[in-house]
Design a protein around this ligand. Structure first.
Ligand SMILES: *Cc1c(COP(=O)(O)O)cnc(C)c1O
Length: 255
């Protein structure tokens, strides 16, 4: 297990705006290191590294840091809050694909459908219907992943394992909703190996749910793996790792 420690040259200033000056973190170097870690993990488990994409989790990071990641070749950006994404997307633009990786409230469904290429956190049918309606009104598909909560953590969002098939059956008829995969944030643990059973179970679920053959449900993506456990996630079949700290260094206070 190789843990890619972010290289931090100096303390990042705890600024108050997304447009803050560039920090001293070597983001390009960190991107290279993480991509290298993905490649190694994929090869060790007999996977093609090109099947795994790196998404930069940019919450609380200034626009300068987001730009640095894009310049380093990252083409997927993940934001947790609709408003924060809106502000940053105006400044960074469409050069990358923006994904929502934080919980989505129903009253933000409209903006989210407009802003994001993929909403990774669908976890209830009412939200699915709102997103579908948005898609029909704008005449385009809305791509989502279903967030799964395998550990049954009360404090976390996501669908429980037993709720997955019913949710997918429920939303599969929606005209403009495209369910593209599953996403998970396993319980926090120091040991990355603690995440492995969750990643493995998510892959098994993905495969068996695909076998249901539901309309508008093609579960190609497994969004799993963060800074401390992305190599384990890649070994277990991740197609999309969401990495923040290893690219940008420690986060400032949340907004
Ligand atoms: C913040 C965040 C990440 C990235 O976490 P790191 O540990 O900093 O890599 C990934 N996924 C989600 C949903 C997040 O909120």
């Amino acid at each position: 297990m190789v843990y890619s420690k972010p290289v931090v040259r100096a303390e990042e200033p705890a600024g108050s705006e997304f447009g803050d000056e560039a920090s001293m973190v070597d983001i390009a170097g960190n991107c290279k290191r993480v991509l290298e870690g993905i490649r190694r993990a994929a090869e060790r488990s007999g996977r093609d590294p090109r099947q795994v994409r790196l998404l930069a989790a940019t919450k609380t990071q200034p626009v300068s840091a987001v730009r640095a990641a894009v310049e380093a070749g990252v083409r997927l950006l993940g934001e947790n809050y609709v408003q924060e994404a809106q502000a940053k997307k105006e400044l960074v633009g469409d050069i990358a694909e923006w994904h929502l990786i934080g919980h989505l409230q129903r009253n933000k469904a409209r903006s989210a459908a407009e802003l994001f290429s993929v909403i990774q956190t669908l976890d209830n049918p009412r939200l699915a219907r709102l997103l579908d309606r948005e898609g029909r009104e704008c005449n385009r598909d809305v791509h989502v992943l279903v967030e799964v909560n395998l550990a049954g953590e009360q404090t976390k969002t996501g669908v429980a394992e037993e709720g997955l098939a019913p949710l997918l059956r429920d939303v599969s008829g929606l005209e403009r909703l495209r369910v593209r995969g599953l996403m998970i944030v396993p319980p926090l643990a120091d040991d990355p190996e603690a995440s492995r059973p969750h990643f493995r179970r998510l892959r098994e679920l993905r495969d068996s749910l695909n076998d249901l053959g539901l309309a508008n449900v093609a579960l190609d993506e497994l969004s799993m793996g963060m800074t401390h456990d992305y190599e384990v996630a890649v070994a277990e079949g991740s197609t999309l790792v969401r990495v923040g700290t290893a690219l940008f260094g420690p986060r400032g206070p949340s907004r």
